[in-house]
Design a protein around this ligand. Structure first.
Ligand code: HEC
Ligand code: HEC
Length: 283
């Protein structure tokens, strides 16, 4: 039998309380360090069917949380960026190379964050930044791969993101990436777990509402990696996905799995036009 229960009738509606004054994203604007203007609101890309405007998660946070991201000296995520800058210069592995030996300064990575996940012709699949980093470590450096959501990896992704801040997210969804994108879209709209909730139920149908004490955003990933005040560390996209799936009381996919890669491409594409913000700060 087909489930036609409206979202509001599901078990989770019990924890969703429509916000009163808080229901919409706020009107604040973000400029980092006084010189990197960040687009936190823009027209939704044509391929998003049920949204007219898209918003960065920053717009749903309190003024106190927002303030952390306005200046790199106050952004605790920048410590991860500094750690990665050391790794970037450090020779590791049997080939006796560092990232810097081949790629030059980290600034050479400007623009890269904005277009990932991306089809990799050589590998014949869509890759994430984490996969690219590990591919370089393994095949080009002869070094040990990093754990997908590990600290070294997330710091490195934060470094690579930081040099693209302010650039518009622009992932390619057509061409060879199309099939992966379709798979991600399917996952986004599939209800899972005991609560029978999809990503869309919370982040498309209900953004702006309060869920327990939290102001629901559109679940955009332009700000990743994200420093969360809750766990006081940088969090990768797949770690966040895992937490959200677990909140629906469903079995979750593994970080780095084909399912989460597809979901990342799809979710990233919903943010095409917002600025790269990572490392961002959220609660
Ligand atoms: C021996 C040379 C070499 C080393 C060392 C190396 N890379 Fe690479 N890397 C490449 C080549 C070649 C490519 C593919 C062509 C390109 O995009 O530049 C690549 C691609 C990448 C990409 C994708 C770039 C894009 O434009 O899509 C990232 C990200 C990356 N490397 C990160 C790293 C990091 C981080 C390290 C150190 C942990 C590292 N690489 C070490 C040679 C290297
Ligand atoms: C029960 C509701 C619920 C469901 C279902 C849910 N999330 Fe979330 N999600 C939240 C809450 C609450 C937060 C924290 C507040 C916020 O940023 O929206 C959050 C945060 C996020 C963030 C961080 C946004 C930012 O700006 O840092 C991302 C990304 C995200 N969710 C993606 C997903 C994806 C993908 C799915 C489906 C696999 C999903 N969520 C399912 C409730 C949900």
């Amino acid at each position: 039998m087909k489930k036609t229960t409206a979202f509001i009738g599901s078990a989770a509606a019990l924890v969703l309380v429509p916000g009163l004054a808080l229901s919409d994203p706020d009107e604040d604007s973000l400029t980092i360090n006084g010189d990197i203007p960040i687009v936190t609101q823009t027209d939704a890309p044509a391929h998003t069917e049920n949204l007219s405007e898209i918003y960065s998660g920053w717009r749903f946070r309190s003024d106190e949380t927002q303030a952390f991201q306005m200046d790199d000296f106050d952004n605790p995520g920048m410590i991860g960026v500094e750690n990665a800058a050391v790794d970037w210069e450090t020779v590791d592995g049997s080939a006796g190379k560092s990232c810097a030996n081949c790629h030059g300064a980290p600034e050479e990575m400007a623009g890269v964050r904005a277009v990932y996940p991306k089809w990799n012709e050589e590998m014949g699949k869509v890759t994430t930044l984490e996969m690219e980093v590990n591919n370089c470590r393994e095949t080009r450096m002869g070094a040990k791969t990093w754990k997908y959501t590990g600290g070294d990896m997330t710091d490195m992704v934060a470094l690579i993101s930081s040099v693209s801040r302010g650039m518009p997210v622009n992932v390619e969804i057509n061409g060879p990436a199309k099939e992966t994108w379709e798979q991600g879209k399917e996952l986004y709209y599939t209800r899972t777990g005991q609560l029978e909730l999809s990503c869309a139920n919370c982040h498309e149908d209900s953004y702006g509402m309060m869920i327990r004490a939290d102001h629901l955003s559109q679940g955009q990933i332009n700000g990743f990696p994200t420093y969360r005040l809750k766990n006081t560390k940088l969090n990768s996209v797949h770690a966040r996905f895992k937490g959200c799936v677990r909140d629906t009381r469903a079995q979750t996919y593994k970080p780095g799995s084909p399912e989460f890669i597809a979901l990342e491409l799809y979710v990233a594409s919903r943010g095409n036009g917002l600025s790269v913000e990572g490392p961002s700060v959220r609660n």
